[in-house]
Design a protein around this ligand. Structure first.
Ligand SMILES: Nc1ncnc2c1ncn2[C@@H]1O[C@H](COP(=O)(O)OP(=O)(O)OP(=O)(O)O)[C@@H](O)[C@H]1O
Length: 453
């Protein structure tokens, strides 16, 4: 059953009355309105279906006999087009046959004419309570059926599937690994995945950011120290046969690089101030967002260490190269953040997804995660809409044209729009089709508007 706005308990309770007798219809409508329901009334099957197409109703109360059809058929049609709408049938005769037929067709309950207000109020109360529990239960079941580990790699684009295969192979070998990718692409997540798929998964995974500590602290944290007040074993030793993740390895000072190289080559190290070596058995997974080869050329990264690490290198592509993953990531992040905030946000509109798929994502998956967190906070209903997204993401934060001249302004927006479509559809033929331009016109626009592709 698809998610829809009508499920939220915070929305007003809406009821559609389908009853051809005007007096009965308006009396019921007045009574329900006085009870706080938002009510619409119609007299025929055709009107009911037309209205249900335009508007969401949580509950429909349908008479069995209508001028252009019967209520049971209407109930079946409603279930096809609005499966979230629950139906109560009104029947003139309390026959077992009618009741059975109504229940078989999927009615929640039935009322007998003349409808008694108390009976109607009671049954509506029950249907709304049941409906709420039903959808909450469905949400819970959906959450339980999805693995909720935070280190789960989400995405089924080709690059992610290929990476998963590579990881499975590399993980088995317990070799050292270099992960290369822009910030926020998931390097640490992949490092954890390699560790937890490998033979030493029960051992420790220890992470160090190489750029956030003064050199002495970093070295004693890595290799250990036996000097006075700063005595510690060092994570290369503590990790045992587990994994040491060295985040942003390019920031490791040259001297520390030499010590690390020794630890990898000789599989042993010595704590600062110590007199005895210990053996290093941990797998080293290093990550970088920089081009290490270039740093070797610049003389800021040790060549030998580079070759030691570069043997098994995995490139994690930026999010813009795997836009197909966005819908899945969005779903997972919505589930995570709505759960944390105790909000019932269950999805995003297709317009929102389309916009998300056309953003630039310089901060990659981390930026997407943050954008969804904000959207869940901003979201008023149960579905994230485009206006819930951070404005700068949509290009709305882009500078306005610096002139009032309409022609220049149009040119400005034309450039923004074409750039966005090209990001979403890098294949120019496809982009041209989406823009409803001929391919040669698109090329001309790209040149005229100086669009980077
Ligand atoms: N494929 C993915 N599926 C689910 N979550 C992901 C995925 N990729 C990244 N993330 C999430 O994005 C955030 C950033 O990931 P991570 O810290 O692993 O990136 P990174 O490349 O190591 O970043 P940095 O270089 O800035 O340290 C984390 O919250 C991570 O869980």
């Amino acid at each position: 059953m698809p998610a829809s706005d009508s499920r939220t308990s915070s929305l007003p309770r809406s009821v559609l009355i389908v009853e051809d007798e005007n007096v009965i219809r308006s009396t019921l409508a007045e009574f329900l309105a006085s009870e706080g329901y938002v009510v619409e009334g119609v007299g025929t099957v055709a009107e009911a279906l037309a209205l249900a197409h335009q508007q969401e109703f949580q509950v429909a109360v349908c008479d069995v006999q209508l001028p252009d059809g019967d209520g049971i058929n209407l109930l079946r049609r409603l279930q096809q087009i609005k499966p979230d709408t629950f139906v109560l049938i009104i029947t003139a005769y309390a026959t077992v046959e009618t009741a059975v037929e109504a229940f078989k067709a999927g009615a929640f309950d039935y009322l007998v004419k003349p409808v008694i207000f108390d009976d109607l109020a009671h049954k509506l109360q029950r249907v709304f309570e049941y409906r709420q529990l039903f959808f909450e239960n469905q949400c819970l079941r959906r959450e339980l059926s999805q693995p909720q580990q935070f280190d789960q790699i989400i995405g089924s684009s080709k690059p992610i599937k290929d990476l998963q295969l590579t990881i499975a192979k590399i993980a088995a070998a317990h070799s050292n690994v270099l992960l290369v990718g822009e910030t926020g692409t998931g390097k640490e997540l992949f490092a954890r995945a390699i560790h937890s798929t490998g033979p030493m998964q029960d051992e420790q995974f220890l992470a160090v950011n190489c750029g956030t500590r003064p050199i002495e602290l970093l070295e004693s944290e890595l290799f250990g120290s036996e000097t006075g007040g700063n005595s510690q074993p060092g994570i290369l030793r503590t990790a045992g046969q587990g994994t040491v993740f060295l985040d942003e390895i390019a920031q490791l000072p040259m001297g520390t690089q030499t010590k690390l190289l020794r630890a990898i080559e000789y599989q042993e190290s010595m704590p600062a101030g110590g007199s005895q070596t210990y053996s290093v058995q941990a797998r080293i997974i290093a990550s970088t967002s920089q081009d290490l080869m270039r740093l070797v050329g610049d003389g800021t990264f040790q060549e030998d260490l580079f070759y030691r690490l570069d043997g098994v290198k995995i490139r994690i592509p930026p999010l813009r190269e795997r836009l197909d993953d966005i819908p899945e990531l969005v779903d997972a992040f919505i589930a995570r953040h709505s759960r944390a905030m105790r909000k019932r946000v269950t999805g995003a509109t297709s317009e929102t997804i389309r916009l998300l798929m056309s953003a630039q994502w310089k901060g990659n998956v981390r930026q997407l995660d943050n954008a969804i967190e904000r959207a869940v906070i901003m979201c008023d209903g149960d579905t994230i809409e485009s206006h819930d997204l951070p404005p700068d993401l949509l290009g709305l934060g882009q500078p306005l044209p610096d002139t009032d001249d309409l022609r220049s302004a149009l040119r400005h927006y034309e450039r923004l729009h074409i750039s966005r479509v090209l990001r979403q559809w890098p294949d120019k033929r496809e982009a041209a089709k989406r823009l409803r331009l001929g391919l040669s016109s698109l090329y001309r626009k790209i040149e005229e508007l100086d669009i980077e592709t």
